[in-house]
Design a binder for this molecule. Sequence first.
Ligand code: WAQ
Ligand code: MG
Length: 268
Amino acid sequence: MDTPLYSVRMRASSQGQHLAGAERIVSGAAVSEVTAAMVSRAMNCATGAAEEIHCSVERIASAVRFEPLPDVATYIVNNWQDGRQLAGTLLFRAGVEKDVAAQAVLLLANGAGTGGSVMRGAVIMDAETGERLEKDPSRGVRVSRMDLSSECRAELMRELASAGLGHHRVLEALVLAGKVLRAPGIVAELCWSDDPNYTTGYVAAPSGGYQRISALKPVGDSYGGRVFFVKRSHVSLEGFVNYMEHQAVLFNALGAISPPGKWVATDG
Ligand code: WAQ
Ligand code: MG
């Protein structure tokens, strides 16, 4: 018998500014506890007191997909310029045209949103032409409804901590990228944070997995974002966006986590 699962989501804001967000997929028995923990975290937010906290609890009506997480690799680069070069190489390897990869890096570096702002969601980009395909380029597409099973979460936290990757951003981004890589028609994802103190980003691809790059921007830079690459002629955009926003995906197995390796840029 299948026990129903629930999507629990929280977002906190102050003066109309987003402060914190979280989401989980849990059994009915865990809903109250998980919701309370989210609210408590938002009430004690490091970035300031929340004025508004919105929680939603929804029973997941359609089938949940159970998937394994992608493998994790880490490239240590000398500086963010080398990091961006490596991102281009990894994107090209995944099937993104060279100039399109370069265009995507510049887009995130300059702010992909309206008037050069940071977007709340991701850009969808044609891997062959660089054309932007998201319906609302000021918002982008938001990936939602993904989580780790509780056993997998405990195991992943242990494994990441022992690999020196215990920062919460690693786990959260890995789960998000894991869902993205299971999307119909995905070619690759490029991401780095808008947090000025967090310079590590990644290129994710179905063949390469979750490939971390130690620096994709200088410290103090508050730009960041995500680009999902697809081949326009091979994908139903509506199906792609619907999957990203609504399909529940629960990860129940880990991929391999490799030790970090140095990467040295080549000329040209
Ligand atoms: N769906 C789509 N785009 C999103 C989502 C989402 N659910 N959440 C964030 N974004 C976009 C948005 O433009 C953010 O500004 C941008 O991504 C960055 O989000 O292995 O922490 O949460 O060391 O700041 C990657 C490396 C960290 C982690 C990424 O992103 C590691 C990170 P942030
Ligand atoms: Mg952020």
